[in-house]
Design a protein around this ligand. Sequence first.
Ligand code: TYM
Length: 331
Amino acid sequence: METVVSGIRPTGELHLGNYFGAVANFVQMQNENQCYFFIADYHSLTTHPTPADLHGNVRKVLVNYLAAGLDPDKSVLYIQSDVPEVTELYLLLNMNAYMGELSRCTSFKEKARKQPDNINAGLMTYPTLMAADIILHRAQKVPVGKDQEQHLEMTRTFANRFNRMYNVNFFPEPQAYNFGQALVKIPGLDGSGKMGKSEGEGNAIFFGDSTEMIRKKVMKAVSDGGPTEPFQAKPEAIQNLFGLMKVVSDSETLNFFDEEYNQCRIRYGDMKKQLALDIDRFVAPFREKMIELNSNNDYLRKVVNSGAEKARESAAATIREVRSIIGFRAF
Ligand code: TYM
């Protein structure tokens, strides 16, 4: 049995990218592994320092996770800030993390570009906090989307460096993982690369979206005038539509529209109608479960309290060892 850790920032509801990138696999993995899944509320402060409703955002992601099928009897589901041990490990890792490597990190550079007035130390040390999340439970596997690959590489660097510096073999080398498949990047609806909550209106489909919202977003998705030659290469926006169809529709439907495209007969209106129907069919059961969960505060409280207790137990064991390895001793 291996240990698995993964997290999501509470800056909006779960979207299909989060689901297929990280959560879908986790739901399968929880039967065979010791899994820890958490809500990265400390991380969210690096980009949203004064959130209007932090608690509400955390609650939303919690409900999303449970609706997606995370079973708190099998997995440990907790809130990052309920486990203060993570901050101690973060501090200790920061002592051996270098400005050069942190400032070269792609997502740091991207975020620094997006928020030039708030290039804070938390943003720069985002990868050490993420490494702390993961190695706090001495995880081997981390289900994530493709965009987190570099963060995982840095986690390995920090874990290996700790082992080397203190001459121990304590932290395993965690690997990015997507249950039996390559890491994925789910495209958005705006014609550019990636589905994301901060990519602008209409780009992402969220778990809570109504049938009507889904229809509207999909019908507005960027497409083009259609191919002019058989078997023409698909431009990015069209590839995105097919990419989404690949994850929510059956293979017959996908093959049908692929063939229509290849024979220059495709009608994007028809394809989008079908895609909207299939997304809605996919999201509907999650939506239903969310209504039920939202009205059950006692259950949610029980889940996070028991998650925090189990996560702290595992975290405290690691911290005890780390302290002893570095040389902190009681008088
Ligand atoms: P976050 O909150 O941006 O996204 C959560 C998870 O969803 C994946 N994801 C996607 N996967 C495929 N296609 C997409 N379009 C897409 N959009 C998002 C992300 O790869 C991620 O797996 N740094 C992390 C949160 C984090 C974490 C951790 C993850 C903090 N500590 C420890 C794993 C382990 C983040 O910002 O994810």
